[in-house]
Design a protein around this ligand. Structure first.
Ligand code: BGC
Length: 266
């Protein structure tokens, strides 16, 4: 019987897998790209052309070299999404993993929200996730059995967040979409799962991180006593993108330092 290998040689958990991560030039998406590349994956870095993180995206791609591809495009435009996934397949030959990470939020009392604000949030977060998932899943089905769809939702797929109604509605919608897709795509062995981050130190939370009182208030609600790090979300993404999660589908994984477990103490 061959001896078990106890050497410290690094196991590449995503060796030669091909992944696209939307909104991956900053924050959680960027951390996922960096970790996936370190695990041996080929990665497509998506960012909005002309957006605030375009340069960071281009720098990331050139830093990673041959294993990376720039995938500029708007996730809410079918033409862009089809072109991006077409480019991934042209360069790397297939698509194994699609991570719906691109997202935005607008803080506004519900009574003041405009149609444009509502539509903007829903279009990027929910419609964009639908588009990328559909185009990616069609490619996966064409390739034969297998594939991973991962959605970066939020603890607010479940818990309310006053003044972020469109954001919460979009994330709740992502939760139901993921569960439905888990059923419809099971015959093709495409795993569909959510990661629900809590308060993670990324640009989306910059205003809170920069305001000592707001930061203190936020931390007081997190049992773990601190903001999360993007790398801590990426660790769960590696599991859900790799072969070890073969039997996991239709689930949400919370990465929130206990934030969701709201305790009533009075
Ligand atoms: C939101 C953050 C918020 C966090 C925890 C995230 O989904 O994007 O603004 O701090 O949830 O409430």
């Amino acid at each position: 019987m061959p001896l078990k290998n106890f050497s410290n040689e690094k196991i590449m958990r995503l060796k030669d897998k091909v992944a696209i991560v939307t909104g991956s030039s900053s924050g959680i998406g960027k951390a996922i790209i960096e970790r996936f590349a370190a695990e041996g994956a080929k990665v497509a870095v998506n960012y909005l052309p002309g957006g605030p993180h375009e340069k960071e995206g281009l720098d990331l791609v050139s830093r990673l070299g041959e294993c990376a591809l720039a995938a500029p495009g708007d996730v809410s435009k079918r033409g862009d999404v089809e072109r991006m996934i077409g480019d991934v397949v042209a360069k790397f030959g297939r698509l194994d993993i699609a991570i719906n990470n691109a997202g935005m939020e607008i803080k506004k009392p519900f009574l003041e929200v405009t149609d444009d604000e509502w539509n903007k949030v829903m279009t990027v977060n929910l419609f964009g996730s639908y588009l990328v998932s559909q185009v990616a899943a069609r490619q996966m089905v064409k390739q034969g059995p297998g594939g991973k769809l991962i959605f970066i939702s939020s603890v607010h797929e479940d818990i309310p967040f006053p003044e972020y109604t469109a954001y919460c509605a979009s994330k709740g919608g992502i939760r139901m979409m993921m569960r439905n897709l888990a059923m419809e795509l099971a015959p093709y062995k495409i795993n569909c799962n959510n990661i629900a981050p809590g308060a993670i130190a990324t640009p989306i939370n910059q205003a809170v991180l920069d305001d000592p009182q707001a930061k203190k208030n936020a931390i007081s609600e997190i049992p773990w006593g601190r903001f999360g790090r993007p790398e801590e979300v990426a660790s769960v993404a590696v599991f859900l993108a790799g072969d070890e999660s073969e039997y996991v589908t239709g689930s949400t994984y919370y990465v929130d330092g206990g934030l969701t477990q709201q305790v009533t103490t009075y």
